[in-house]
Design a protein around this ligand. Sequence first.
Ligand SMILES: *Cc1c(COP(=O)(O)O)cnc(C)c1O
Length: 394
Amino acid sequence: MIESKTAWIEAEIASLKEQGLFNQIRTLGSPQGAWLVVDGRRVLNFSSNNYLGLANHPRLVAAAKQAMDSYGIGPAAVRSIAGTMDLHLELERRLAAFKGVEAAITFQSGFTANLATLPALVGKGDVIFSDELNHASIIDGSRLARAEIVRFAHADPDDLRRQIAAVTDYRRRLIVTDGVFSMDGDIAPLPEICAIAEEHGIMLMVDDAHGEGVMGQGGRGIVAHFGLHGRVDVEIGTLSKAFGVVGGVVAGKQIIVDWLRQRGRPFLFSSAMTVPDVAACIAAVDVLEESTELVDRLWDNAAYFKQGMHALGFDTGRTETPIVPVMLGEAPLAQQFSRRLFEAGLFAMAIGYPTVALGKARIRVMNSASHSRDDLDQALDIFARVGRELGVIA
Ligand SMILES: *Cc1c(COP(=O)(O)O)cnc(C)c1O
């Protein structure tokens, strides 16, 4: 008998299910917010990257509607042919001004921003020094670039120095790191990395997807957080997390942005962000520039939640941001913990190997400005109950 051509996929999926690694995707029946309807149940939401509650913010919704009345919906072309509207350019000017950089260019997502930028900056014969915990889109962009990829130990400037010293044959060099690491909520030691890059004349790129709208004064990002303006060559950001919409941005030196308009392949060969996306992002910049209220509330909420979790006896790892890993150890326990939380009315994802190291499984709690104090108290109650029931805390 001839085996079906897709039998191997069935076998792979069966194996994932056996190992408890099959990704069950839940369905939302409500807008993003502090509360969600998930698979038909109303639950407290601690799973989204909706840091500031902008995903369903009335001003963003109104801006998107208004723009659609004037411009329609789709860009109908790649940007270099006929898909760049004045609206796209306005968003890029606004983002550059917000972040305090010379220029910015937008992409369809943070993922495509990385796929555009890495191959535009380095290629065959070049070297990329990459933090070992960098995001998948950096890894894929680096592979596309066909440069040599040299990993350095996570957030370790000394190891970065050693790796740089070990590579003597190269054309160009680039250091790339996440700004905020999404699984632990820790921050790259950017001042040290920046000094190393300057000392050796190496280009420096930071992917600030989880820092955009979160870190720094009024959410201006990790470069602002460390006061490194003008010293990081290129910043990647996303408009899909704190900005509450979808899209990516590359911000930095004018010359790099100019180059990406010539050589960024997702810019040249894939259509632009849609009209409602762009208009909503402009409104998000308005909201952020007018007040730091949402960013402040996000950090207040995160501090309150972390303090409550510590008081209960939970281990929240090395977080320095509103991302709070609740460290549990083995993957089956994390899965069970997440299921029990959901039954108790709280939606927070279990994360295990291979996303994080073996034995480092956790629940990842995403704080948001959209949570009220009462929401946070309810969440702490639920964590206390499930934690005791499963013997994680006393
Ligand atoms: C989420 C994320 C991305 C991808 O952003 P999208 O806009 O969702 O494509 C890229 N890099 C990092 C570090 C991220 O956390």
